[in-house]
Every structure is written in C-alpha cells, then in structure tokens.
Design a protein around this ligand. Structure first.
Ligand code: FES
Length: 220
C-alpha cells in the first residue's frame, strides 16, 4: 500500500487521490474552503496550503506521491491560514450574527477552528450589487468568496453553466451567464445543486432563514 506522511502520521492513498483526498479519508482534515469532495479541484482559496517536502503547496490540487512528507498543523501554517481567513473576512461583508448562514457557514467554521477572534485588518466594505431578481433565489455578492463551487456545480452537476467568475484581484466578481446578467433570465431552479453548494451566505433560497435553531446548526 502506498503512503504519505502527514504531520508524522502514515496515511494510505490510491493513485489519483490528492493530498486532501487521502487526508480526509484518513480523518486527518486539512482546512479548506473551495474544495468539496466530488468536485474538480479549483485551488483558489489557498486555505489548504501545506508544506510538501519543504515547499508550499495546496493540498487540494497536489496529487499524493509515495513517501511525501506533508506538514499541515505547524505554527507557521496555522498563522498563514489565520491571515488568509482574516483577509477573506475583511474583503467581503461577513457579519455572522446577522447572516442567515450563521452556524452553517464554512468560512465561519474555519475561523472558529483557526482561533480567529478579530478580523485584524480594516474592512473593505465592498458595495457589490445584490441580485434579487429571481423569485426563489438571492445572490448577496458582498458575501461571495469566489470559491467557484456554484460555478462547478452548475456546470458539472446541473449541466447549466449559470455562473462564472470574472476579473482579477479586487475586481473579481461572480457573474451570471444571461444577457441581462440577472439570475431571473437564466434557467436556474431552486432544486439545482448550484443553489445549495455555497459555503457562505452568498447564494440563498428566498423565504427561508434561521430555519435551524441556535445550538442545532451544523457548526454550532
Ligand atoms: Fe485548496 Fe481552496 S481548499 S485552495
């Protein structure tokens, strides 16, 4: 059986698995946001950065190789992840107490796990247009972390390609593939995987909020 070493633990892998795949299978999770099992690796958030044989690499895109020495839970990498999370928080509007996704948000969960107590940096207060055009679905663009999970879900699972990511750096935007650029002019439906795969509160089903009581939510 082929193995890698993750923080001193010997972990088996099969050909075709990434470092993230075999770490998750061995119940040795590495922090991640843009990765979701079953979806094509995207490698955008860099939260899963590890050191492989002394070099930085994203665990979700790096294929596992026999004998790899992987470091994940070192002080250096934990500090780096905390920095990434703080930047993600200030780059968007992430006010957990007033967000419908609170308790079920993977960004919030990652921040709790990283011991983040404050955002540290000055908030950007972005003012991106909200898309409330669709009768059942809402996009709050100020909460988007550009993980492209909705893009991959719509394209690869729903077979519709409703979403895309456009621009770079501060100009990066989630865009809707319709002539008007509005969700109402696409064939998206509330049952689509793309509507339910958002790790934060950027894509929400209208008319539903705070359905699960505090204390019973996924990451409470
Ligand atoms: Fe690997 Fe986002 S989870 S880069």
């Amino acid at each position: 059986m082929k193995t890698i070493h993750l923080d001193g633990h010997e972990i088996p892998f099969e050909d075709g698995q990434t470092v993230m795949d075999c770490a998750l299978a061995a119940d040795k999770p590495i922090a991640h946001l843009c990765h979701l099992p079953g979806y094509t690796p995207y490698g955008s958030c860099r939260l899963c950065t590890v050191k492989i044989d002394g070099r930085f690499s994203s665990a979700c895109t790096q294929p596992a190789r026999e004998g790899m020495q992987v470091e994940s839970e070192t002080e250096e990498l934990k500090e780096m992840r905390l920095g990434i999370l703080r930047m993600l928080f200030v780059e968007g509007n992430h006010y957990c107490p007033s967000c419908e996704k609170s308790g079920s948000c993977r960004l919030q969960h990652a921040a709790y796990n990283a011991g983040m107590l404050d955002p540290h940096y000055r908030p950007f207060y972005p003012k991106r247009e909200m898309d409330a055009s669709h009768p059942d679905i809402l996009i709050d663009n100020d909460r988007c972390i550009f993980c492209a999970l909705c893009v991959r879900a719509s394209r690869d699972v729903d077979g519709k390609a409703v979403f895309d990511i456009s621009g770079r750096g501060l100009a990066t935007r989630l865009v809707v593939n319709s002539k008007s650029g509005l969700l109402v002019d696409t064939d998206i439906s509330v049952e689509d995987k793309a509507v339910h795969v958002c790790p934060v509160g950027a894509i929400l089903v209208k008319g539903r909020g705070f359905e699960v009581p505090i204390g019973m939510r996924l990451y409470d």
